[in-house]
Design a binder for this molecule. Sequence first.
Ligand code: PLP
Length: 414
Amino acid sequence: VTVSVPELDRSDGSRPMPGEGLDRSRAPPRVGGTGIRDLLEILGAPDVLSLAGGTPDPALLPVADLRTAYESVLARPETAGEALQYSSSQGHPSLRNEIARRMVADGVPCTSDNIAITAGSQQALDLLGKLFIWPGDTVAVGRPTYLGAIQAFDPYRPRYVELSAGACAAEPALSIVYVVPDFHNPTGRRMSVTEREALLAQTSGVLIEDAAYRPLAFDGSRQPSLLELDCRRCGSIEKARTIFCGTLSKTVSPGLRIGWICAPARVIDKIALLKQGADVHASTINQLVAARVLRTEPTDRLLHVRTEYARRAEALQDALTQSLAGVVTWTRPEGGFFTWVELPPMLDASRLLKRSITEAKVAFVPGAAFFARTPSHACLRLSCSMLPPDAIAEAVARLSRVIKESLNDHPGPE
Ligand SMILES: Cc1ncc(COP(=O)(O)O)c(C=O)c1O
């Protein structure tokens, strides 16, 4: 397999080469708190009913298909030799073809030249930060937003502006925007077509579309992706300003570490070069396995996965209605894993978490970590992905007791 490394194209003249202009001796990368690591520690605590992690349930991953795929890839000397070898920094052609096919089926006119394979979509965010964000650049993110995006972008020293849901009209033209339009982490919200159109119209530079939960609509319905709308507006993906980040982590396996960027070919060429500098390429064997699993996936597999997450989300909604109506407010997601809860303002979700773990053995994620600028402390994220419906009901019942007791400790103004 030849590793093709395109020349970096500087003809647009709009941006310096990656790394140029960064005086690293005077500007050490900003590496802040360890939100995700702290979370993983909480998840490991014994006896805790966890509504915390945004991880897929292993019972809903295609374990047998993955085993067959590994066996088949390793069974023949030619494919084994290829699977265990270095490969292209842009990604193995068989996987890029399969992903391109899926993007086309999802409304995006593209080819495998528009796809780069990354180590999960988390690495896609890092590489896009490296390519597009320069110290002091303004990056617009949701209020709240995915905390892993803040972690990926922070080392490139952006200045953030926060966009509240549906309120992007308040901001002037946005030059770099990051959004999770489908079943947002942490709120579970899905943007309407009107909101998507408005955001596209307002973005003057790069629009990063994080589609991590896009395949997980509970009823299988779809809204056009921002990239699809953008391609429709400008006639071709090569003229689009939207960069789509996808992942197999929520539906096939996060352990495979397979994500992708779908974008104009000139952006993909630069990403391939940055990918080569970062870690040469995504695991070849995992890419071949992923390509095979996608190619042979039974049509009803995702239907079953969506239905199961829908049952859990419904159990969460029912439990919240039963024990916390009138006390807190919450979102009603139509897909994905997350529900966002707003607490009465006198409560602090981090303090509540300590009490919830020690007194009720229930974990959730305090909301403050999901704000790029000004944290709000009276909010939290619940995930329904890891527990069956009866355990979700039990967890919310216990959590509601802790919330009500904490409110009793704060009787409010006389
Ligand atoms: C919104 C969002 N984007 C990206 C990721 C990164 O996932 P991965 O790197 O496993 O593809 C996650 C993981 O939780 C996420 O919630």
